[in-house]
Ligand binder design. Structure first.
Ligand code: UGA
Length: 445
Protein backbone atom coordinates (compact mmCIF):
# COMPACT_ATOMS: atom_id res chain seq x y z
CA UNK A 1 0.00 0.00 0.00
CA UNK A 2 1.37 3.42 -1.03
CA UNK A 3 0.12 6.83 -0.10
CA UNK A 4 -0.76 8.79 -3.22
CA UNK A 5 -2.14 12.25 -3.67
CA UNK A 6 -3.91 13.33 -6.88
CA UNK A 7 -4.28 17.01 -7.77
CA UNK A 8 -7.37 17.76 -9.89
CA UNK A 9 -10.57 15.71 -9.84
CA UNK A 10 -11.52 16.28 -13.45
CA UNK A 11 -11.70 13.42 -15.83
CA UNK A 12 -8.13 12.12 -15.59
CA UNK A 13 -7.67 12.87 -11.89
CA UNK A 14 -10.82 11.18 -10.69
CA UNK A 15 -10.19 8.04 -12.75
CA UNK A 16 -6.55 7.93 -11.58
CA UNK A 17 -7.52 8.41 -7.92
CA UNK A 18 -10.34 5.87 -8.06
CA UNK A 19 -8.29 3.21 -9.87
CA UNK A 20 -5.15 3.56 -7.73
CA UNK A 21 -7.28 3.25 -4.59
CA UNK A 22 -8.95 0.19 -6.14
CA UNK A 23 -5.48 -1.35 -6.49
CA UNK A 24 -5.14 -1.10 -2.69
CA UNK A 25 -3.35 2.24 -2.30
CA UNK A 26 -4.32 4.99 0.11
CA UNK A 27 -5.39 7.91 -2.10
CA UNK A 28 -6.37 11.46 -1.34
CA UNK A 29 -7.68 13.53 -4.26
CA UNK A 30 -7.54 17.31 -4.16
CA UNK A 31 -9.38 19.97 -6.08
CA UNK A 32 -9.45 23.71 -5.49
CA UNK A 33 -13.14 23.85 -6.43
CA UNK A 34 -14.92 23.46 -3.11
CA UNK A 35 -18.27 22.54 -4.66
CA UNK A 36 -16.74 19.65 -6.59
CA UNK A 37 -15.08 18.26 -3.51
CA UNK A 38 -18.24 18.70 -1.41
CA UNK A 39 -20.22 16.90 -4.14
CA UNK A 40 -17.72 14.03 -4.25
CA UNK A 41 -17.90 13.69 -0.47
CA UNK A 42 -21.68 13.28 -0.87
CA UNK A 43 -21.06 10.66 -3.58
CA UNK A 44 -21.88 12.95 -6.56
CA UNK A 45 -19.58 12.61 -9.57
CA UNK A 46 -18.75 15.74 -11.59
CA UNK A 47 -18.57 13.74 -14.85
CA UNK A 48 -20.37 10.86 -16.52
CA UNK A 49 -18.16 7.82 -16.99
CA UNK A 50 -19.49 4.25 -17.09
CA UNK A 51 -18.41 2.27 -14.00
CA UNK A 52 -16.59 5.14 -12.29
CA UNK A 53 -19.32 5.77 -9.69
CA UNK A 54 -19.07 2.19 -8.41
CA UNK A 55 -15.27 2.28 -8.14
CA UNK A 56 -15.37 5.61 -6.28
CA UNK A 57 -18.08 4.43 -3.90
CA UNK A 58 -16.38 1.10 -3.18
CA UNK A 59 -13.11 2.75 -2.25
CA UNK A 60 -14.63 5.62 -0.27
CA UNK A 61 -16.51 3.02 1.81
CA UNK A 62 -13.30 1.02 2.28
CA UNK A 63 -11.60 4.18 3.55
CA UNK A 64 -8.96 4.09 0.78
CA UNK A 65 -10.21 7.14 -1.15
CA UNK A 66 -10.69 10.61 0.35
CA UNK A 67 -11.23 14.10 -1.05
CA UNK A 68 -9.93 17.47 0.12
CA UNK A 69 -9.36 21.07 -0.89
CA UNK A 70 -6.29 21.38 1.34
CA UNK A 71 -2.79 20.82 -0.08
CA UNK A 72 -1.47 20.43 3.48
CA UNK A 73 -3.84 17.54 4.12
CA UNK A 74 -3.25 16.01 0.67
CA UNK A 75 0.54 16.02 0.91
CA UNK A 76 0.91 14.86 4.53
CA UNK A 77 3.05 11.62 4.55
CA UNK A 78 2.54 11.27 0.85
CA UNK A 79 5.14 9.53 -1.40
CA UNK A 80 3.66 10.42 -4.77
CA UNK A 81 1.64 13.37 -6.02
CA UNK A 82 -0.03 13.09 -9.43
CA UNK A 83 -0.73 16.35 -11.27
CA UNK A 84 -3.95 15.84 -13.28
CA UNK A 85 -5.13 19.38 -13.93
CA UNK A 86 -6.48 20.73 -17.23
CA UNK A 87 -4.32 22.22 -19.99
CA UNK A 88 -6.88 23.96 -22.22
CA UNK A 89 -5.92 25.57 -25.54
CA UNK A 90 -5.04 29.24 -25.33
CA UNK A 91 -6.23 31.57 -28.10
CA UNK A 92 -3.03 30.98 -30.10
CA UNK A 93 -3.32 27.19 -29.96
CA UNK A 94 -0.61 26.50 -27.39
CA UNK A 95 -1.54 24.82 -24.11
CA UNK A 96 -2.53 27.12 -21.29
CA UNK A 97 -0.33 26.15 -18.34
CA UNK A 98 -1.87 28.24 -15.57
CA UNK A 99 -3.38 25.27 -13.70
CA UNK A 100 -0.16 23.23 -13.89
CA UNK A 101 1.81 26.25 -12.66
CA UNK A 102 -0.58 26.83 -9.73
CA UNK A 103 -0.47 23.12 -8.79
CA UNK A 104 3.36 23.04 -8.89
CA UNK A 105 3.59 26.14 -6.68
CA UNK A 106 1.12 24.78 -4.12
CA UNK A 107 2.94 21.44 -4.03
CA UNK A 108 6.24 23.25 -3.40
CA UNK A 109 4.76 25.39 -0.63
CA UNK A 110 3.06 22.50 1.19
CA UNK A 111 5.40 19.50 0.86
CA UNK A 112 7.06 18.43 4.10
CA UNK A 113 8.98 15.31 3.02
CA UNK A 114 10.70 13.94 -0.14
CA UNK A 115 8.17 13.49 -2.93
CA UNK A 116 7.83 12.05 -6.43
CA UNK A 117 5.84 14.54 -8.53
CA UNK A 118 4.16 12.71 -11.41
CA UNK A 119 2.61 14.67 -14.24
CA UNK A 120 -0.30 13.03 -16.08
CA UNK A 121 -1.72 16.13 -17.77
CA UNK A 122 -0.89 16.54 -21.48
CA UNK A 123 1.73 19.26 -21.39
CA UNK A 124 4.05 20.90 -23.92
CA UNK A 125 7.40 19.19 -24.34
CA UNK A 126 9.75 20.70 -21.77
CA UNK A 127 7.10 21.16 -19.07
CA UNK A 128 8.65 18.55 -16.76
CA UNK A 129 11.90 20.54 -16.62
CA UNK A 130 9.92 23.75 -16.09
CA UNK A 131 7.86 22.20 -13.25
CA UNK A 132 11.09 21.06 -11.55
CA UNK A 133 12.44 24.64 -11.69
CA UNK A 134 9.13 26.05 -10.44
CA UNK A 135 9.04 23.71 -7.44
CA UNK A 136 12.68 24.36 -6.59
CA UNK A 137 12.14 28.12 -6.67
CA UNK A 138 8.88 28.06 -4.69
CA UNK A 139 10.03 25.74 -1.88
CA UNK A 140 10.33 27.61 1.44
CA UNK A 141 13.23 25.25 2.33
CA UNK A 142 14.92 22.66 0.09
CA UNK A 143 13.34 19.20 0.27
CA UNK A 144 14.20 16.45 -2.25
CA UNK A 145 11.72 15.82 -5.05
CA UNK A 146 11.78 14.17 -8.48
CA UNK A 147 9.59 14.93 -11.49
CA UNK A 148 8.25 12.04 -13.59
CA UNK A 149 6.12 12.35 -16.71
CA UNK A 150 3.46 9.62 -16.98
CA UNK A 151 1.10 10.65 -19.78
CA UNK A 152 -2.41 9.23 -19.67
CA UNK A 153 -3.90 7.33 -22.59
CA UNK A 154 -7.47 6.91 -21.28
CA UNK A 155 -10.45 7.22 -23.57
CA UNK A 156 -13.60 8.81 -22.23
CA UNK A 157 -16.31 6.22 -21.89
CA UNK A 158 -13.72 3.43 -21.56
CA UNK A 159 -11.54 4.98 -18.90
CA UNK A 160 -11.75 2.32 -16.18
CA UNK A 161 -10.97 -0.49 -18.61
CA UNK A 162 -8.17 1.55 -20.22
CA UNK A 163 -6.63 2.34 -16.81
CA UNK A 164 -6.75 -1.26 -15.61
CA UNK A 165 -5.57 -2.78 -18.95
CA UNK A 166 -3.23 -0.24 -20.53
CA UNK A 167 -1.43 -1.01 -23.80
CA UNK A 168 1.65 0.59 -22.26
CA UNK A 169 2.78 2.79 -19.40
CA UNK A 170 5.18 5.55 -20.39
CA UNK A 171 7.46 7.06 -17.74
CA UNK A 172 9.97 9.84 -18.32
CA UNK A 173 12.32 11.28 -15.73
CA UNK A 174 15.78 12.61 -15.06
CA UNK A 175 15.91 10.13 -12.16
CA UNK A 176 15.82 6.42 -13.00
CA UNK A 177 15.11 5.69 -9.34
CA UNK A 178 12.00 7.89 -9.34
CA UNK A 179 10.78 6.37 -12.63
CA UNK A 180 11.27 2.89 -11.13
CA UNK A 181 9.20 3.86 -8.08
CA UNK A 182 6.33 4.97 -10.31
CA UNK A 183 6.79 1.79 -12.38
CA UNK A 184 6.27 -0.23 -9.15
CA UNK A 185 2.89 1.46 -8.68
CA UNK A 186 1.88 0.28 -12.16
CA UNK A 187 3.15 -3.32 -11.81
CA UNK A 188 -0.29 -4.78 -10.95
CA UNK A 189 -1.50 -3.56 -14.36
CA UNK A 190 1.01 -5.85 -16.13
CA UNK A 191 1.51 -3.55 -19.10
CA UNK A 192 4.76 -2.96 -20.97
CA UNK A 193 6.54 -0.09 -19.20
CA UNK A 194 8.59 2.32 -21.32
CA UNK A 195 11.12 4.27 -19.27
CA UNK A 196 12.70 7.24 -20.97
CA UNK A 197 13.60 10.89 -20.42
CA UNK A 198 11.08 13.60 -19.55
CA UNK A 199 10.82 15.28 -22.94
CA UNK A 200 10.54 12.03 -24.86
CA UNK A 201 7.69 10.86 -22.60
CA UNK A 202 5.87 14.16 -23.13
CA UNK A 203 6.36 13.84 -26.88
CA UNK A 204 5.07 10.24 -26.95
CA UNK A 205 1.71 11.51 -25.76
CA UNK A 206 1.41 14.23 -28.42
CA UNK A 207 2.70 11.99 -31.20
CA UNK A 208 0.23 9.25 -30.23
CA UNK A 209 -2.82 11.52 -30.25
CA UNK A 210 -1.68 13.27 -33.43
CA UNK A 211 -1.17 9.93 -35.17
CA UNK A 212 -4.65 8.73 -34.20
CA UNK A 213 -6.16 12.02 -35.38
CA UNK A 214 -4.23 11.59 -38.66
CA UNK A 215 -5.75 8.14 -39.14
CA UNK A 216 -9.21 9.65 -38.71
CA UNK A 217 -8.65 12.50 -41.18
CA UNK A 218 -7.05 10.03 -43.60
CA UNK A 219 -10.04 7.68 -43.59
CA UNK A 220 -12.41 10.64 -43.89
CA UNK A 221 -10.60 11.76 -47.02
CA UNK A 222 -10.74 8.20 -48.35
CA UNK A 223 -14.48 8.19 -47.54
CA UNK A 224 -15.11 11.16 -49.80
CA UNK A 225 -13.13 9.51 -52.60
CA UNK A 226 -15.04 6.23 -52.06
CA UNK A 227 -18.31 8.04 -52.35
CA UNK A 228 -17.38 9.55 -55.70
CA UNK A 229 -15.92 6.31 -57.06
CA UNK A 230 -18.68 3.94 -55.92
CA UNK A 231 -16.75 2.11 -53.16
CA UNK A 232 -17.70 1.45 -49.54
CA UNK A 233 -15.35 3.00 -46.97
CA UNK A 234 -16.40 0.64 -44.15
CA UNK A 235 -15.25 -2.34 -46.15
CA UNK A 236 -12.17 -0.50 -47.43
CA UNK A 237 -11.20 0.17 -43.80
CA UNK A 238 -11.90 -3.42 -42.80
CA UNK A 239 -9.84 -4.72 -45.71
CA UNK A 240 -6.95 -2.39 -44.85
CA UNK A 241 -7.09 -3.20 -41.15
CA UNK A 242 -6.00 -6.84 -41.54
CA UNK A 243 -2.50 -5.55 -42.31
CA UNK A 244 -0.87 -5.22 -38.86
CA UNK A 245 1.21 -2.32 -40.17
CA UNK A 246 -2.07 -0.43 -40.62
CA UNK A 247 -4.27 -1.90 -37.86
CA UNK A 248 -8.04 -1.94 -37.79
CA UNK A 249 -8.66 0.72 -35.14
CA UNK A 250 -9.43 4.40 -35.67
CA UNK A 251 -10.54 3.95 -39.24
CA UNK A 252 -14.20 4.87 -38.70
CA UNK A 253 -15.14 7.55 -41.19
CA UNK A 254 -17.74 10.08 -40.13
CA UNK A 255 -18.05 13.56 -38.74
CA UNK A 256 -14.41 13.75 -37.64
CA UNK A 257 -12.80 13.92 -34.24
CA UNK A 258 -13.93 16.15 -31.39
CA UNK A 259 -13.63 16.09 -27.62
CA UNK A 260 -11.20 17.61 -25.20
CA UNK A 261 -8.03 15.91 -26.47
CA UNK A 262 -7.43 15.45 -30.20
CA UNK A 263 -8.43 18.96 -31.33
CA UNK A 264 -6.36 20.59 -28.57
CA UNK A 265 -3.35 18.28 -28.82
CA UNK A 266 -2.95 18.36 -32.61
CA UNK A 267 -3.19 22.15 -32.46
CA UNK A 268 -0.65 22.35 -29.64
CA UNK A 269 1.82 20.04 -31.43
CA UNK A 270 1.55 22.09 -34.63
CA UNK A 271 2.08 25.23 -32.55
CA UNK A 272 5.20 23.77 -30.88
CA UNK A 273 6.58 22.71 -34.27
CA UNK A 274 6.00 26.13 -35.77
CA UNK A 275 7.55 27.85 -32.75
CA UNK A 276 10.69 25.84 -33.51
CA UNK A 277 10.60 26.85 -37.19
CA UNK A 278 9.12 23.62 -38.64
CA UNK A 279 6.13 23.66 -40.93
CA UNK A 280 3.65 21.13 -39.56
CA UNK A 281 2.26 20.26 -43.00
CA UNK A 282 0.65 16.96 -42.07
CA UNK A 283 -0.82 18.23 -38.80
CA UNK A 284 -2.22 21.31 -40.51
CA UNK A 285 -3.93 19.16 -43.15
CA UNK A 286 -5.30 16.83 -40.48
CA UNK A 287 -6.94 19.82 -38.78
CA UNK A 288 -8.24 21.25 -42.03
CA UNK A 289 -9.80 17.97 -43.18
CA UNK A 290 -11.36 17.52 -39.74
CA UNK A 291 -12.88 21.00 -39.67
CA UNK A 292 -14.57 20.39 -43.03
CA UNK A 293 -16.43 17.28 -41.84
CA UNK A 294 -19.02 19.32 -39.99
CA UNK A 295 -19.69 21.56 -42.99
CA UNK A 296 -19.84 18.52 -45.26
CA UNK A 297 -22.91 17.05 -43.56
CA UNK A 298 -24.86 20.32 -43.65
CA UNK A 299 -23.89 20.87 -47.31
CA UNK A 300 -25.19 17.43 -48.19
CA UNK A 301 -28.41 18.12 -46.35
CA UNK A 302 -28.83 21.31 -48.34
CA UNK A 303 -28.21 19.40 -51.57
CA UNK A 304 -30.95 16.93 -50.64
CA UNK A 305 -33.53 19.35 -49.25
CA UNK A 306 -32.76 22.63 -50.99
CA UNK A 307 -33.53 25.67 -48.86
CA UNK A 308 -33.52 24.70 -45.16
CA UNK A 309 -35.69 27.64 -44.07
CA UNK A 310 -38.57 26.34 -41.96
CA UNK A 311 -37.44 22.71 -42.37
CA UNK A 312 -37.50 20.48 -39.35
CA UNK A 313 -34.19 18.67 -38.79
CA UNK A 314 -33.57 16.08 -36.08
CA UNK A 315 -30.22 15.33 -34.45
CA UNK A 316 -29.66 11.89 -32.94
CA UNK A 317 -26.89 12.31 -30.40
CA UNK A 318 -25.07 15.40 -29.18
CA UNK A 319 -22.02 14.21 -27.21
CA UNK A 320 -18.73 14.21 -29.15
CA UNK A 321 -18.83 10.40 -29.06
CA UNK A 322 -20.90 7.66 -27.42
CA UNK A 323 -20.75 6.80 -23.71
CA UNK A 324 -19.92 10.28 -22.50
CA UNK A 325 -21.79 13.48 -21.72
CA UNK A 326 -18.78 15.50 -22.89
CA UNK A 327 -19.79 18.27 -25.29
CA UNK A 328 -16.32 19.80 -25.71
CA UNK A 329 -15.66 20.43 -29.40
CA UNK A 330 -18.60 18.17 -30.29
CA UNK A 331 -19.54 18.22 -34.01
CA UNK A 332 -23.21 18.64 -32.92
CA UNK A 333 -22.52 22.21 -31.75
CA UNK A 334 -21.29 23.40 -35.16
CA UNK A 335 -23.89 21.39 -37.05
CA UNK A 336 -26.76 22.83 -34.96
CA UNK A 337 -25.35 26.35 -35.39
CA UNK A 338 -25.20 25.96 -39.21
CA UNK A 339 -28.70 24.52 -39.42
CA UNK A 340 -30.19 27.27 -37.27
CA UNK A 341 -28.33 29.90 -39.30
CA UNK A 342 -29.93 28.45 -42.44
CA UNK A 343 -33.38 28.92 -40.86
CA UNK A 344 -34.07 25.28 -39.94
CA UNK A 345 -35.93 24.18 -36.80
CA UNK A 346 -33.67 21.79 -34.90
CA UNK A 347 -34.70 19.08 -32.46
CA UNK A 348 -32.27 16.76 -30.69
CA UNK A 349 -31.99 13.84 -28.32
CA UNK A 350 -28.97 12.42 -26.51
CA UNK A 351 -29.15 9.74 -23.79
CA UNK A 352 -26.87 11.64 -21.37
CA UNK A 353 -25.54 14.90 -22.85
CA UNK A 354 -28.70 17.02 -23.06
CA UNK A 355 -28.22 18.64 -19.66
CA UNK A 356 -24.81 19.94 -20.67
CA UNK A 357 -25.88 20.63 -24.27
CA UNK A 358 -28.96 22.73 -23.58
CA UNK A 359 -26.91 25.72 -22.41
CA UNK A 360 -24.64 25.48 -25.47
CA UNK A 361 -27.54 25.41 -27.94
CA UNK A 362 -30.52 27.14 -26.32
CA UNK A 363 -32.42 27.35 -29.62
CA UNK A 364 -32.37 23.59 -30.13
CA UNK A 365 -35.43 21.80 -28.78
CA UNK A 366 -34.44 18.85 -26.59
CA UNK A 367 -36.66 15.79 -27.10
CA UNK A 368 -37.59 12.93 -24.82
CA UNK A 369 -36.30 10.19 -27.14
CA UNK A 370 -35.18 9.34 -30.66
CA UNK A 371 -38.75 8.85 -31.87
CA UNK A 372 -39.74 12.35 -30.77
CA UNK A 373 -36.77 13.68 -32.80
CA UNK A 374 -37.97 11.85 -35.92
CA UNK A 375 -41.61 12.87 -35.51
CA UNK A 376 -42.48 15.20 -38.42
CA UNK A 377 -38.80 15.73 -39.34
CA UNK A 378 -37.75 16.48 -42.92
CA UNK A 379 -34.44 14.76 -42.23
CA UNK A 380 -32.59 13.17 -39.33
CA UNK A 381 -28.81 13.28 -38.83
CA UNK A 382 -27.08 10.61 -36.73
CA UNK A 383 -24.43 12.68 -34.95
CA UNK A 384 -23.31 10.31 -32.16
CA UNK A 385 -23.04 6.53 -32.44
CA UNK A 386 -24.99 5.61 -29.28
CA UNK A 387 -25.91 1.91 -29.24
CA UNK A 388 -29.57 2.69 -28.58
CA UNK A 389 -29.79 4.30 -32.05
CA UNK A 390 -28.59 1.09 -33.68
CA UNK A 391 -31.61 -0.80 -32.40
CA UNK A 392 -34.41 1.66 -33.11
CA UNK A 393 -37.71 0.54 -34.57
CA UNK A 394 -36.80 1.96 -37.97
CA UNK A 395 -40.24 1.43 -39.45
CA UNK A 396 -41.70 3.57 -36.70
CA UNK A 397 -39.04 6.20 -37.39
CA UNK A 398 -39.81 6.13 -41.12
CA UNK A 399 -43.57 6.40 -40.64
CA UNK A 400 -43.35 9.34 -38.27
CA UNK A 401 -41.00 11.43 -40.42
CA UNK A 402 -42.32 14.02 -42.80
CA UNK A 403 -39.80 12.71 -45.36
CA UNK A 404 -37.77 9.57 -44.53
CA UNK A 405 -34.32 11.05 -45.15
CA UNK A 406 -31.45 9.90 -42.93
CA UNK A 407 -27.93 11.29 -42.89
CA UNK A 408 -25.95 8.71 -40.99
CA UNK A 409 -22.89 10.68 -39.87
CA UNK A 410 -21.49 7.64 -38.04
CA UNK A 411 -22.32 4.84 -40.50
CA UNK A 412 -24.30 2.89 -37.92
CA UNK A 413 -26.89 1.56 -40.38
CA UNK A 414 -26.60 -0.76 -43.39
CA UNK A 415 -27.35 1.19 -46.59
CA UNK A 416 -29.07 -1.75 -48.25
CA UNK A 417 -31.44 -2.31 -45.31
CA UNK A 418 -32.24 1.40 -45.07
CA UNK A 419 -33.03 1.55 -48.77
CA UNK A 420 -35.20 -1.58 -48.53
CA UNK A 421 -37.08 0.04 -45.65
CA UNK A 422 -37.84 2.99 -47.90
CA UNK A 423 -35.44 5.58 -46.46
CA UNK A 424 -33.44 7.94 -48.58
CA UNK A 425 -30.20 7.01 -46.85
CA UNK A 426 -26.92 8.93 -46.94
CA UNK A 427 -23.99 7.34 -45.13
CA UNK A 428 -20.42 8.66 -45.14
CA UNK A 429 -18.24 7.22 -47.90
CA UNK A 430 -20.73 4.53 -48.85
CA UNK A 431 -20.66 4.85 -52.59
CA UNK A 432 -21.31 1.18 -53.40
CA UNK A 433 -24.96 0.65 -54.25
CA UNK A 434 -25.09 -3.08 -55.14
CA UNK A 435 -25.87 -6.05 -52.86
CA UNK A 436 -23.91 -6.61 -49.65
CA UNK A 437 -23.15 -9.42 -47.22
CA UNK A 438 -25.52 -9.02 -44.24
CA UNK A 439 -22.73 -8.53 -41.71
CA UNK A 440 -20.41 -6.60 -43.96
CA UNK A 441 -17.22 -7.83 -45.59
CA UNK A 442 -17.03 -11.59 -46.16
CA UNK A 443 -13.71 -12.97 -44.96
CA UNK A 444 -12.70 -16.54 -45.78
CA UNK A 445 -10.71 -18.23 -43.01
C1 UGA B 1 -8.29 10.22 -26.85
C2 UGA B 1 -7.32 9.04 -26.98
O1 UGA B 1 -7.98 7.94 -27.63
C3 UGA B 1 -6.84 8.58 -25.61
O2 UGA B 1 -5.86 7.55 -25.78
C4 UGA B 1 -6.19 9.77 -24.90
O3 UGA B 1 -5.77 9.43 -23.60
C5 UGA B 1 -7.21 10.90 -24.80
O4 UGA B 1 -7.63 11.27 -26.13
C6 UGA B 1 -6.53 12.08 -24.14
O5 UGA B 1 -5.57 12.62 -24.69
O6 UGA B 1 -6.88 12.39 -23.00
P1 UGA B 1 -10.91 10.50 -26.27
O7 UGA B 1 -10.75 11.92 -26.66
O8 UGA B 1 -11.62 10.14 -25.02
O9 UGA B 1 -9.45 9.79 -26.15
O10 UGA B 1 -11.71 9.80 -27.42
P2 UGA B 1 -11.46 8.77 -28.63
O11 UGA B 1 -12.23 7.54 -28.37
O12 UGA B 1 -10.03 8.62 -28.91
O13 UGA B 1 -12.16 9.57 -29.81
C7 UGA B 1 -11.72 10.85 -30.19
C8 UGA B 1 -12.53 11.38 -31.34
O14 UGA B 1 -12.22 10.68 -32.54
C9 UGA B 1 -14.04 11.25 -31.17
O15 UGA B 1 -14.63 12.44 -31.63
C10 UGA B 1 -14.42 10.09 -32.06
O16 UGA B 1 -15.74 10.18 -32.53
C11 UGA B 1 -13.42 10.25 -33.18
N1 UGA B 1 -13.12 9.00 -33.90
C12 UGA B 1 -12.47 7.98 -33.28
C13 UGA B 1 -13.46 8.88 -35.24
O17 UGA B 1 -14.04 9.80 -35.84
N2 UGA B 1 -13.13 7.75 -35.91
C14 UGA B 1 -12.49 6.71 -35.31
O18 UGA B 1 -12.22 5.69 -35.99
C15 UGA B 1 -12.16 6.83 -33.96
Amino acid sequence: MRKISVVGVGYVGLVTAACFSDLGNQVIALDIEEQRVAGLKRGELPIYEPGLGEVVQRNVLAGRLNFTTSYKEALADCEFVFICVGTPSSVDGDADMKYVQAAARSIAENMTAPLVVVNKSTVPVGTGDWVAELIKDAQPQPIDFWVVSCPEFLREGEAIGDFMNPHRTVLGSTSREAADKVAQLHLPLRSPIVITDLRTAEMIKYASNAFLATKISFINEIADICESLGADVKEVAAGMGFDPRIGKHFLEAGLGYGGSCFPKDVKALAFMAEEMGHEANILNSVMEVNGLRREMIVDRLKQALGDLKGRSIGLLGLAFKANTDDMRDAPSVDIAKELLAAGAKVRAYDPVAMDVAKDLMPKVEMSKDAYAVADGADAVIVVTEWNEFRNLDLERVRDSMSQPIIFDGRNIYRPELMNTLGFTYHGVGRGYTGKREKNGLKVRP
